[in-house]
Write a protein that binds this ligand. Structure first.
Ligand SMILES: Nc1nc2c(ncn2[C@@H]2O[C@H](COP(=O)(O)OP(=O)(O)OP(=O)(O)O)[C@@H](O)[C@H]2O)c(=O)[nH]1
Length: 710
């Protein structure tokens, strides 16, 4: 019951923290999205999603990723981020569980899933050329690495109590940690620098394009305007001159003269008030046409006739293809001709468009990136550079295309190519379009990314070497120290103290001093332990002795004697050896005690013990104080037991001196001797037998030996 509650609470708190982190991530994604170039945006909300993963686990991270993706999807109007952000969290978590460092895990995610998925998905929602698609992919990767590196660094700064799940360090070596953290700093600063640099340089490139094509469009507007103006003035002047002169021939000469002086006029004509052509230059062209048509051609239906007639003003037509004389595209420039202040016809000059083309071509257009289209007021192409593949007089108006490249210039497509363009209109309603390929900017961006990739590779290699060397300098002396301090007899000697840093030198000295204290203390401790062990051994030996021996005489006590003698008895029984059991009891010992005191009695007992040691123990016999004044000896492999006990008996009678006086003592003995003929009786029976013999000696008057051989 308790477990279930705990799990629910944990899930609940993970959900809550996921919502918290997600809210921050969403705000950052929506309000702080950083536009770097055209529609390319760098987002940082994912930093908080990853922090949720590091500090609260997968559930919290998924919840926050959902909110972060929602915000960026609203911002970009694209659900794409739901897939990438959520799958990024899941994959990074999965790889991290398999001990892959977070940054590497994120790199793997983008290379293996994020970028391939984007490569397939992005073209289905935005129509972008391949080169821009690569830009998007590179941006996604860089953005991913940047926010991941930022999240890892921020995690290091978070208070410990916020970290409910712990991240194991990427490396347990000093070198690995130094490398990883330093590399993170480098990658963050270089990615930020690269983004800023790219933003600045692409903005500059964009401004460059804006001003370049803008000035070219202005210049073209001016050129086309001036060009037409010149011819308008020429027609007006001719009309004025013709109105002034009365001589018909002179009028024709003026026409001829004007046409020759303005080579742009492919033809010029003069009509009457009904639109019938009165005269045309060059004469040859008109004569041929007139002959072909057999009657004087009428222009009464043409705008360049009707408009001046109606308005009384000069007129410049749209472009059209010539009809009677030549079929090249032309622009008709006409002016009303008056006689006696009444409309009497028009003067018209047909302006040759190819002449205008030659003029436009002199404008400094960079054919690699730039194109030009000039259309008249009815959007018919007057001039178009070859790459547009637009024929003169064809219809052209730029179509709208969604623009991922630039926020300043509009985008359209020419011959399946994306082009940015600017538009001007001259006084005649002509549209001047100057186009520029965005390739200049995308090339710049890609170039920057390549430089960044190269820079990061070099920095990575450099850092690997530097941190290796640095960690080596720090680790080597420490490792040497550890090795050398491990052996207490060794005097630590770092081979190149000059190369060692001050901190390591101080550490070495402190460790050596600490080791000296430790070794001395250890030594003292060892001595104390040795002394106490020896005391214990002595005590133990003494306890052993006390347990085995009689305190007064130093002979075995009865219990030990019985054990050992029984053992010897059985061995002899097995080997058919020669044994004897002797029980001896001091005669009238009570009297000694009573007459001379107990201390004398004790001294006598000690003396008897010493004699037993001399006569029996020294010959390998087991000897014991068997009772108060009773003794037992177990004899093995002694041929003449009788002689042995007799010698002892005699020695006793005269050997015990107390306070310089011999104490007369006698002893009675019972001896059972067995030479090979063991009957199989128990040791206890043997003792009882010897005891019986002892009492026989006592009963027989004491100071006797009763021996029985079995
Ligand atoms: N001083 C001293 N006397 C002891 C010790 N152990 C036993 N005795 C004495 O030894 C005496 C033994 O007396 P008894 O059993 O009557 O034997 P006894 O006087 O030697 O006479 P018999 O054995 O019949 O010759 C007692 O008076 C005990 O008090 C001892 O350790 N020290």
């Amino acid at each position: 019951m308790r477990d279930t509650t705990t799990i629910t609470n944990t899930k609940g708190s993970a959900l809550l923290s996921g919502l918290g982190y997600g809210a921050i991530a969403a705000i950052v994604n929506y309000f702080l999205a950083f536009e770097i170039y055209g529609s390319l945006t760098v987002i940082f909300g994912q930093v908080f999603v990853l922090l949720a993963l590091f500090t609260r686990g997968l559930l919290a991270a998924m919840v926050s990723a959902l909110l972060a993706a929602l915000a960026i999807s609203i911002y970009t109007d694209n659900v794409f981020f739901f897939v990438t952000l959520l799958s990024e969290v899941a994959v990074v978590h999965y790889l991290y569980q398999r001990r892959i460092p977070i940054l590497v895990a994120d790199l793997i995610y983008w290379c293996v899933f994020g970028m391939p998925f984007s490569y397939l998905y992005v073209p289905t929602v935005i129509d972008v050329p391949q080169s821009f698609l690569f830009l998007i992919l590179a941006k996604l990767l860089m953005n991913g690495l940047l926010y991941t590196a930022l999240a890892i660094l921020l995690y290091q700064l978070l208070p410990r109590r916020w970290k409910l799940t712990t991240m194991t360090p990427v490396s347990d070596t000093l070198r690995g940690r130094i490398f990883y953290l330093s590399f993170l700093c480098i990658i963050i600063s270089s990615l930020c620098f690269s983004f800023l640099f790219t933003v600045r340089s692409t903005q500059q490139a964009e401004q460059q394009i804006v001003s370049d094509i803008g000035s070219k469009a202005n210049s073209l507007r001016q050129v086309t305007e001036d060009f037409v103006d010149d011819y308008v003035v020429a027609v007006r002047n001719l009309r004025d001159s013709m109105e002034r002169v009365s001589d018909y021939e002179e009028k024709l000469m003026l026409m001829d003269y004007t046409q020759r002086n303005f080579p742009g006029f492919v033809t010029m004509l003069w009509s009457d008030a009904q639109g019938t052509i009165l005269h045309g230059v060059p004469v040859a062209s008109f004569s041929a046409a007139f002959n072909r048509m057999q009657e004087s051609p009428s222009i009464s239906d043409r705008d360049y006739f009707l408009m001046p007639k109606a308005s009384g003003q000069g007129y410049v037509s749209s472009a059209f293809r010539g009809r009677a004389i030549g079929e090249q595209p032309i622009i008709a420039i006409s002016a009303p001709y008056h006689r006696n202040n009444r409309f009497a016809g028009i003067i018209e000059g047909s302006l040759d468009i190819p002449e205008l083309v030659r003029l436009v071509q002199r404008t400094d257009i960079d054919p690699r990136f730039q194109s030009v289209i000039v259309t008249d007021n009815e959007h018919q192409v007057i001039f178009a550079t070859e790459d547009t593949a637009l024929a003169p007089l064809s219809y052209y108006e730029p179509t709208y295309a969604r623009n991922p490249y630039s926020l300043i210039l509009p985008l359209t497509r020419i011959q399946q190519r994306d082009v940015l363009y600017t538009q001007r209109m001259n006084d005649y309603g002509w549209n001047i379009y100057v186009f520029s390929s965005p390739q200049e900017m995308t090339d710049l961006f890609l170039g920057n990314i390549l430089i960044l990739a190269l820079f990061l590779s070099i920095i990575t290699a450099l850092f690997a070497v530097v941190t290796r060397r640095f960690a080596h300098e720090l680790n080597r002396p420490l490792e040497q120290l550890v090795a050398q301090l491990g052996d207490p007899t060794n005097v630590p000697d770092l081979p190149s103290r000059a190369d060692v840093t001050r901190e390591v030198r101080a550490l070495t000295d402190n460790l050596i001093a600490a080791r000296k204290v430790m070794v001395d203390f250890n030594h003292q401790l060892q001595q104390q332990v040795e002394e106490q062990t020896a005391d214990l051994a002595r005590l133990n030996e003494r306890l052993n002795k006390l347990a085995r021996e009689d305190d007064l005489t130093g002979l075995l006590n009865r219990r030990t004697f019985d054990e050992l003698a029984e053992q010897g008895y059985h061995e002899a029984m097995a080997t058919r050896g020669h044994i004897a059991l002797i029980l001896a009891d001091i005669d009238h010992f009570k009297r000694i005690n009573d007459t001379m005191g107990h201390p004398v009695g004790d001294a006598c007992l000690r003396c008897v013990g010493q004699l037993i040691q001399q006569h029996f123990a020294s010959k390998g016999c087991l000897c014991a104080r068997y009772g108060g004044e009773e003794f037992a000896m177990f004899v093995t492999d002694i041929d003449d037991v009788h002689a042995m006990v007799t010698d002892f008996q005699q020695a006793l009678s005269q050997s015990c001196e107390v306070q310089g006086q011999v104490v007369p003592m006698s002893i009675s003995m019972g001896v059972v001797e067995i030479k090979q003929h063991f009957s199989g009786e128990s040791f206890r029976r043997l003792v009882a037998h010897a005891d019986k013999l002892l009492y026989e000696s006592k009963d027989a008057g004491r100071n006797r030996i009763t021996i029985e051989q079995l």
